[in-house]
Design a protein around this ligand. Structure first.
Ligand code: ADP
Ligand code: GN1
Ligand code: MG
Length: 364
C-alpha cells in the first residue's frame, strides 16, 4: 500500500458509513480538494481531503460549513423544501467531530452523496445556465440575514484583486521556475489593467457596495442540478462561504459559464465570451436574489464579471510562475493555458462592455 493509499484507508476508518465500504474512487473535476466517492451496499458518500495549500485552517472551514448548512437546513425546512437534498450535510466522524485529522495534519470530511443530480462542466443549454443562476441567487438570498461577522475568513483576501495583483508581481520578481520569459505578454496584459484591480474594492471602501455572505466560488460545477426538472438542487463547495460582494458570485459564474470552451482550452480561437449567456445568467441571478440587490450592485455586475475573470487569470498565472502548487494540474502548462483563456475572455468583455451594461439596464 502506498502512503497515499494508507492515508485514504485511515480516513475511511475514521467514519462509520453504516455498512462495509465496497468501493472508493476519485471523483469530480474540482481543482482544489482531493475528492472521492465512497460506496457501501446501500449508499454513496463524498469523502474529501481538504486542500492544505488552499485552506491552512481546516477547522475554521468546517466550523463555517457546519454553521451555514444548519442555518440553511432550517430555512429550507421552513419553506417546505427537502434539506437532505437542497443543502450539504456534514456527516460526522466516529469521534463525533465534523472532520478527521490524519497524521500529517490533513483534514478529511464526509458528505452524503446528493443522489439523482448531475454536475455540469459547461452550460449545455441556456435553460440549465439560468437554473444555476437562480440557485446561486437563492443561496445568497437565503443567507441575507446570516450574521456575517460570525464567519471565519477561510482564505484571507480571497477576492482581493489588489492583493492578487501584488502576489503576481512577487511571483514574477522571484521567478522561481524560470518561467517569466514565457509569459511576458500575459504580464503586460495585467500591467495595462492594474487600475481595474481596485474598482470593486474601492466601491466597497467608499460604502457603495455592501458586504454580504457570499459563496465566492460559483462555478457551474459547484451546483448540483436535477436532470429531470433542469432546476438547481444543491449549492456545494462551501469552503469559501464568507463575507464578500454579491458581484463576486455573479461574476465568477459568468467567468466560467458564459462561454463554450473549457477553462484550459489551448486554442484561443475557440474562446469567446457569449453575451447571450451573460443575459441568461443575469436574468436568472436577479430572479434568484429576489430583488435584494441594490442599484449600485446592479451597476457593478459587469465589473464583477470582468474582475473575477481577470483575477482568476492572475491566480492561474501566479500559480504557474510558482510551480503549480495551488491548482491541481494534469499536464505541464495547464495553468498557463487556463490563464490565457481568462485573459481572452476579459478582452472579449471589454470589447462588449456597453452591450453588457445594456443587458443589465434592460433587466433591472
Ligand atoms: P473542489 O473544491 O475541489 O472543487 P468540490 O467540493 O466542488 O471540490 O467537489 C468536487 C466535485 O465532487 C463536485 O464538482 C461534484 O461533482 C462532487 N460533489 C461534491 N459534493 C457532492 C455531494 N454531496 N453529492 C454529490 N456530488 C458531490
Ligand atoms: C477553484 O475548488 P474549485 O475547483 O471549485 C478555486 C476557485 C477558482 C476555480 C477556477 C478555493 O475552484 O477560486 O475560481 O478553481 N477554489 C479555491 O476553476 O481556490
Ligand atoms: Mg468545486
Amino acid at each position: 500500500m502506498s502512503q497515499a493509499e494508507q492515508f485514504l484507508s485511515d480516513a475511511l476508518d475514521a467514519f462509520d458509513f453504516g455498512g462495509p465500504v465496497r468501493e472508493t474512487a476519485r471523483y469530480g473535476c474540482g481543482h482544489v480538494n482531493d475528492t472521492f466517492c465512497v460506496r457501501t451496499p446501500s449508499r454513496r458518500f463524498i469523502l474529501q481531503r481538504i486542500s492544505a495549500a488552499a485552506f491552512p485552517r481546516p477547522n475554521q472551514v468546517m466550523a463555517n460549513i457546519v454553521a451555514v448548512t444548519s442555518y440553511l437546513r432550517d430555512q429550507i425546512a421552513a419553506s417546505g423544501g427537502d434539506p437532505a437534498r437542497e443543502t450539504l450535510t456534514v456527516y460526522p466522524a466516529r469521534d463525533g467531530g465534523s472532520f478527521y485529522t490524519d497524521r500529517e495534519g490533513g483534514a478529511w470530511r464526509v458528505y452524503p452523496f446528493v443522489e439523482d443530480t448531475v454536475c455540469l462542466q459547461s452550460a449545455e443549454t441556456p435553460e440549465l445556465f439560468a437554473a444555476a443562476a437562480r440557485a446561486f441567487g437563492r443561496f445568497q438570498s437565503m443567507l441575507k440575514d446570516y450574521p456575517a461577522h460570525t464567519l471565519y475568513e477561510t482564505v484571507p483576501r480571497f477576492h482581493d484583486t489588489e492583493d492578487r495583483l501584488a502576489k503576481l508581481k512577487a511571483a514574477a520578481a522571484a521567478d522561481a521556475m524560470g518561467r517569466v520569459s514565457q509569459v511576458r505578454a500575459e504580464l503586460d496584459f495585467v500591467a495595462t489593467r492594474e487600475a481595474d484591480c481596485s474598482v470593486a474594492l474601492q466601491a466597497l471602501r467608499e460604502g457603495k457596495l455592501p458586504l454580504r455572505v457570499t459563496h465566492n466560488d460559483t462555478k457551474l460545477n459547484n451546483v448540483l442540478m436535477d436532470p429531470n426538472t433542469g432546476e438547481g438542487v444543491c449549492v456545494i463547495d462551501l469552503d469559501t462561504v464568507m463575507p464578500g460582494l454579491s458581484i463576486y458570485d455573479f461574476g465568477d459564474a459568468i467567468r466560467f459559464g458564459a462561454n463554450h470552451c473549457a477553462e484550459d482550452e489551448r486554442d484561443l480561437s475557440n474562446v469567446h465570451f457569449d453575451l447571450s449567456l451573460f443575459e441568461v445568467y443575469t436574468r436568472g441571478f436577479l430572479e434568484g436574489t429576489g430583488g435584494a440587490l441594490t442599484p449600485a450592485e446592479l451597476d457593478y455586475l459587469p465589473w464583477g464579471a470582468k474582475l473575477m475573470t481577470l483575477e482568476c487569470g492572475i491566480r492561474f498565472l501566479t500559480d504557474y510562475l510558482e510551480g503549480d502548487h495551488y491548482f491541481q494540474t494534469q499536464r505541464e502548462g495547464q495553468n498557463l493555458d487556463r490563464c490565457r483563456t481568462q485573459f481572452k475572455l476579459v478582452a472579449d468583455m471589454e470589447a462588449q462592455w456597453e452591450a453588457m451594461q445594456a443587458v443589465v439596464d434592460k433587466l433591472r
